[in-house]
Ligand binder design. Structure first.
Ligand code: C5P
Length: 317
């Protein structure tokens, strides 16, 4: 009788142990499944809602590249003398830092104190198409894909009329400097690149034209100006000081990485003879190559950014 009782108690103990064992295993599975394998960082810790956010933790997965704090000028930015001297070497033109400061002050009397750029936020994925001017766009049929992005950033004289199927027809931002300027509509952001003091004077002249009621090239309330210190950073850090200076297209690419969450890049790449020919015209100078710019280094960097899924690069035809 006593033995029977002991066997029954031991059987019950075994069952209880088994039950506890299964409960522990289930607990581990639930924790492992929910918290570890399917771990998704809480929304508030992410800077955007894309699959992957650029510069998460301020750095890139390659070459220790990090976010530049102020890629565009604002009233509170004070350019250092060292950055000014480096910028001055880009193009001949002369002028002192005090003249530079005076011109920038005049510009900011007329344009917004802070660049009109939509700030990143956790629930938003700002997608951008950066469109370079390469002949490889011809026959590409990229138009709809380009127009599909939130922002379409074009460079210099990159035109759309007659090329809509390959390059799209929307333009939200246009990068330009005096030699490449064109008439913008009232809704397009002028992204102004100044390579020398005279270029700043050109911006002032355009802004004054607007003040006197004449038609201007662009809407001043949408204007933004590239920071000369950022240009230096791109040349020194991103391109390791190769070539005379970065191309407008490469400067635009690094800028776009700072104001977008997902970047699609079109229209970059030399023709089969190594020249930077345009999609809308026949090449006049067969010895153009990539001008004073380190075209090969820039292209390699674009390919590396692509390999690391930082950008999506469309090579054209
Ligand atoms: O010729 P443009 O400077 O207006 O072109 C804009 C940018 O597009 C260039 O600065 C260069 O970065 C890029 N480009 C290119 N391949 C070409 C033509 C232009 O990568 N064939």
């Amino acid at each position: 009788m006593y033995r029977l009782e002991r066997r029954r108690t031991s059987k019950m103990n075994n069952k209880a142990h088994l039950l506890v064992f299964f409960m522990i295993i289930t607990g581990i599975c639930v924790f492992w499944g929910d918290e570890v394998l399917q771990y998704v960082p809480p929304q508030e810790q992410r800077s955007c809602s894309c699959d992957q956010c650029l510069f998460e933790n301020e750095t890139f997965p390659i070459q220790n590249l990090s976010r530049f704090p102020q890629p565009l000028l604002s009233t509170n930015y004070n350019l250092s003398e060292e950055d000014f001297n480096s910028w001055k070497r880009l193009q001949p033109g002369g002028g002192s830092i005090s003249v530079y400061r005076e011109k920038v002050k005049k510009i900011f009397e007329r344009i917004p104190a802070n660049p009109p750029v939509e700030a990143p936020r956790p629930g938003r994925c700002r997608t951008c198409a950066l469109v370079g001017n390469s002949i490889n766009l011809l026959g590409s049929h990229y138009g709809p894909l380009i127009d599909f992005q939130d922002y379409v950033i074009r460079i210099n004289k990159g035109q759309t009329k007659g090329f809509e199927a390959d390059v799209g027809n929307r333009t939200t931002h246009r990068v330009m400097y005096p030699n490449s300027a064109s008439q913008l509509d009232n809704t397009t952001h002028p992204v102004l690149f100044a390579f020398k003091i005279q270029d700043l004077q050109w911006i002032i002249k355009n802004l004054s034209t607007q003040q006197s009621g004449q038609k201007s090239l662009f809407n001043k309330d949408l204007a933004m100006v590239l920071n000369p210190a950022f240009m230096r950073n791109i040349h020194d850090v991103w391109l390791k000081k190769k070539g005379y200076c970065p191309s407008t297209g490469f400067l635009a690419l690094v800028l776009v990485l700072h104001i977008c969450d997902e970047v699609h890049v079109f229209g970059f790449g030399a023709d089969r003879n190594g020249n930077w020919s345009h999609y809308w015209e026949r090449l006049a100078n067969r010895r153009l190559r990539t001008g004073r710019h380190p075209g090969n280094v820039e292209y390699k960097m674009i390919e590396e950014l692509t390999r690391h899924n930082v950008i999506k690069f469309y090579k054209g035809w």
